[in-house]
Design a protein around this ligand. Structure first.
Ligand SMILES: [Zn+2]
Ligand SMILES: [Zn+2]
Ligand SMILES: [Zn+2]
Length: 804
């Protein structure tokens, strides 16, 4: 039996099922998953097989059951046998899972021995991926190895009838990890005896904290009660670094304008929204509009951050998500978070423990070092985090989840891919929001969020992550896929690998292929129209693409249309300073900018930037849709410079009036590939602005105009190629106003529209796209070689090279 069947209570389930049916035999874990032998009357065995899949434990995911007849062994009873010896490793490791209802009941039960214990877990919940060092998934190979079980825990662990049977992280206050509260410099705080708490009226006679009691101890740092002291500090406006499941978070009282502003200032994070931890669904509903699908996502075992429309007049500080109609909400996913948010008596901001754009801190010493200037105290513990895993972020689109970041709670669960992988593949991903992907047979293991590959630490996470996944899933990649951008660190890593077949995958082709794989598009499903709109991707002509209409299947693509290129004056500087794109676009539109505020605001450098654009000096050409949004955002005074990736476009979307029906129009030059004169939209926006039209109306007409040009492009390609399916991908489609307009227009025209629901449409989904492209080429090459009747195992394949 293969699938996610280890560490999820599968053997005790089999045990009770078999003994209940009066069967004898055995069950155990091996490298392939779970093996079992049953013997007894044939009807009972048949019943057993039927119920085996139907009644499997909640976290189990059965991928394959193989059954063969064996001679009866004459066993008298049913037994659970020890794990088999190591060898090939195929078992799937489960993702970290939110605290289950049974554990929560115990957590809040004063009579339970794990009452208020922050590390309560069982076979149905708790840490998995973040604590696993190696497979098979057994306690000695997790970060729980150092905690010897007490007698009571050990009895539970060995009792097949117990919910904690073989729950590897099982522990209790007597034998498991403990919380500690450290001061801002990382030193343990002096101990205040329980008597002081009792005197303060906060402990009952049994020594338990009265959560509803008075708050005299507010602000006191009492390491004997680390959790309550941390909560008191939060209520007092302090900032606490909290060691969670996949790394350290920074927490602050979400209602306190001062605390949230201080967190922003100390973290050097000017505008990017913070997520908010709400105690439960009711608490979430007091902050945001929570539809049924969103409620399901919030309460799901993965417990992602869900982006939701915020309600007016809530207690959440404006500084939590400045200039944003949405708020990212999550519910507690570990006992520690349950305890903390309840003790804090209100929602708390919970944001990655890092400075600026660094990766989230997850090792204790590193966290203390890096967060020392930010946190007033550290709520930490002695269970190590083996692998850094950020929170997942998602939203709801048309009743389905639409992931923005796929990480904790989902990783390393594989994405099943139709057609599979003829040979094992490593796909190295892109540069920003990097993920990598290891794939073999039917599975693509898309990694956790690695981050922006632009410093030594993320690069180390990338290389170490690949090694970790190779061991966990026993994948020895023979084919390695990479982005064509020669300067991406992921590309350089790929090109340095010895003894593998390399295959370069164009960035926007990877986006479209990831959307196809996300939708289970069959390998023989034929070509689709791919609309890939994003910020930056290296084109096969060496220019920067990003407003692309492709005709594509898994194996290849043709650039069928694109936005007419404009110069990016100053290169990277134009990404950080959208007003430069305004200058380039207004110049391309032949518009005199003198009467426009954006030119006045930047008058000092405007002429130089325009001349840079005209001469093409340090002004690479781009067809990027992201830069088009930047230009209009700057013209509408939304933003001249940005503080995080995509900010100008995000705020432009927020500005737009969704009720505005009119749309600007862009002409299409019908050559092949066709070119869309996006500068027409910019001119229309500038003209409307000069004529005194409201900015929210202009922003909406621009969005509608972009949706219109996508529709027009798809209609033209349907005419030219007879294709009726459209795949939408690329980071620009995180813009919900644009996405819903585009989908509505295309569906009204009779197109089948594919959007993302399993991996992000942004660059976090690129690695999956690269992997399926590599597999398709591998299948083609194998088929071709078989036809010719020979095989060359040393084939070195490099396709789509820009200099070809
Ligand atoms: Zn549980
Ligand atoms: Zn114990
Ligand atoms: Zn991209």
């Amino acid at each position: 039996m293969e699938g996610i069947v280890q560490g999820v209570g599968f053997r005790p389930f089999v045990y009770s099922l078999a003994t209940g049916l009066g069967l004898s035999g055995l069950v155990g874990n091996d490298v392939d998953g779970v093996f079992l032998e049953v013997e007894g009357p044939p009807p009972a065995v048949e019943e057993f097989l039927r119920r085996l899949e139907r009644e499997a434990p909640p976290l189990a995911r059965i991928e394959r059951v193989t059954a063969t007849g064996v001679p009866p062994a004459g066993a008298a009873s049913f037994e659970i046998v020890a794990s088999g010896p190591d060898g090939r490793r195929r078992t799937l490791v489960a993702a970290d899972t939110a605290t289950c209802a049974d554990c929560l009941r115990e957590l809040w039960d004063p009579a339970d021995r794990r009452y208020r214990y922050p590390f309560i877990n069982c076979t149905n919940c708790g840490p998995r991926f973040t604590i696993v060092r190696d497979v098979p998934y057994d306690r000695p190979l997790t970060t729980m190895a150092g905690f010897a079980m007490c007698e009571v825990c050990s009895a539970e662990y060995h009792d097949p009838a117990d919910r904690r049977y073989h729950a590897q992280p099982v522990c209790c206050p007597a034998c498991g990890p403990r919380l500690a509260l450290l001061d801002a410099t990382g030193h343990p705080l002096p101990v205040t005896p329980d008597s002081a708490w009792r005197d303060a009226g906060r402990l009952d006679a049994a020594g338990r904290l009265d959560a509803a009691g008075p708050l005299e101890a507010r602000g006191s740092l009492d390491p004997a009660r680390p959790l309550e002291a941390a909560a008191a500090l939060l209520r007092d406006g302090g900032i606490v670094a909290v060691k969670g499941l996949g790394g350290y978070h920074l927490a602050a009282d979400a209602a306190s304008e001062d605390a949230v502003a201080a967190l922003r200032a100390r973290k050097h994070r000017e505008d990017k929204p913070f997520a908010v931890l709400a105690a439960d669904l009711d608490a979430a509903r007091r902050l945001c509009r929570v539809g049924d699908e969103a409620a399901t996502l919030l309460a799901s075992r993965a417990r992602p951050i869900v982006l939701l429309p915020r309600l007016p007049g809530t207690a959440v500080a404006a500084a939590a998500a400045p200039g944003n109609r949405d708020l990212g909400i999550m519910l507690p996913y570990t006992p520690l978070h349950h305890l903390l948010v309840r003790a804090a008596a209100g929602p708390i901001v919970l944001t990655s423990g890092n400075v600026s754009d660094e990766p989230i801190a997850y090792r204790d010493a590193d966290a203390l070092d890096r967060l020392a200037g930010i946190a007033d105290a550290f709520l930490t513990h002695d269970r190590a985090i083996h692998i850094r895993t950020d929170d997942s972020v998602t939203r709801v689109f048309h009743g389905r989840p639409m992931p923005v970041r796929r990480s904790r709670g989902h990783v390393p669960e594989p994405v099943a891919v139709s057609g599979g992988f003829p040979r094992p593949v490593l796909a190295c991903g892109a540069e920003l929001k990097n993920t990598f992907c290891l794939a073999k047979e039917r599975y693509a293991f898309v990694s956790h969020h690695i981050g922006d590959l632009e410093n030594a630490e993320t690069l180390r996470s990338f290389t170490e992550g690949i090694e970790h996944f190779r061991r966990l899933f026993d994948v020895d990649p023979r084919v390695v896929a990479y982005d064509l951008h020669p300067e991406y660190l992921s590309t350089k890593y790929a090109l340095d690998l010895p003894d593998v077949d390399l295959t370069g995958v164009q960035h926007h082709h990877a986006h479209i292929a990831s959307c196809l794989a996300d939708n289970g598009w069959p390998p023989a499903g034929g070509r689709v129209i791919g609309v890939a709109f994003d910020g930056t991707g290296y084109g096969t002509d060496g220019t920067i693409w990003g407003g692309e209409f492709l005709v594509a299947d898994y194996a290849g693509f043709e650039r069928a249309g694109h936005l007419a290129p404009v110069p990016m004056p100053g290169g990277q500087a134009a990404i950080r300073q959208p007003w430069r794109m305004a200058a380039a676009y207004l110049d391309a539109a032949g518009l005199d900018p003198d009467h426009l505020d954006v030119a006045r605001r930047n008058s000092g450098r405007w002429p130089a930037v325009v001349s840079m654009a005209r001469k093409g000096v340090n002004a690479p050409l781009t067809s990027s849709a992201g830069r088009l949004f930047d230009a209009v955002a700057a013209i509408l005074a939304v933003r001249d410079t940005i503080n995080y990736e995509g900010q100008a476009a995000i705020e432009l979307e927020q500005l737009a009036d969704p009720g505005e029906p009119d749309a600007y129009r862009a002409a299409t030059e019908p050559a092949e590939p066709f070119r869309v004169r996006a500068a027409d939209l910019v001119r229309a926006a500038a003209d409307d602005l000069a004529a005194g039209a409201p900015r929210d109306v202009i922003a909406a007409r621009f969005h509608n105009g972009v949706a219109g040009l996508v529709e027009a492009g798809c209609l033209l390609l349907r005419e030219r190629h007879g294709l009726t399916a459209v795949a939408l991908s690329g980071g620009v489609f995180q813009n919900m106003l644009l996405l819903s307009q585009v989908v509505a227009r295309l569906e009204a025209r009779g197109f089948a529209v594919l959007t993302h629901s399993r991996v992000p449409c942004n660059d976090g989904g690129i690695s999956l796209g690269q992997a399926v492209v590599a597999a398709a080429r591998d299948r083609q090459a194998t088929a071709g070689l078989l036809q010719r009747g020979w095989a060359d195992p040393g084939r070195h394949e490099q396709t789509d090279q820009p200099d070809d």
